[in-house]
Design a protein. Structure first.
Length: 95
């Protein structure tokens, strides 16, 4: 899961300016992601500053990362195509 968190945080950091332009109530953004691209929530996590980071992905491979504050305001951090899910491989414990 840590590689996913790193990847998300990288895209969030790279897309801060874009995120400021596409913001709305969380429910509105989620509905638009479904209506336009049939994207559904596939991963989420809580950032150290209590903001919710969520990844939405469609069966066709489009994806969107949104960041929501505790008040329910959400902003699109990044979006793209060709999302693939990787199987997590953890090192053996005790070796």
């Amino acid at each position: 899961m840590k590689p996913l968190v790193f990847c998300v945080m990288f895209f969030v950091a790279m897309s801060t300016a874009a995120a400021q332009n596409i913001c709305a109530k969380r429910e509105e953004i989620i509905q638009k992601l479904w209506d336009r691209w049939q994207e559904v929530l596939t991963a989420n996590g809580l950032a150290n500053d209590n903001r919710l980071i969520e990844v939405f992905v469609s069966k066709k491979g489009s994806w969107t990362i949104i960041i929501s504050d505790p008040n329910g305001r959400s902003c699109v951090a990044s979006a793209g195509q060709n999302w693939t899910l990787q199987e997590s491989k953890y090192p053996d414990q005790g070796t």
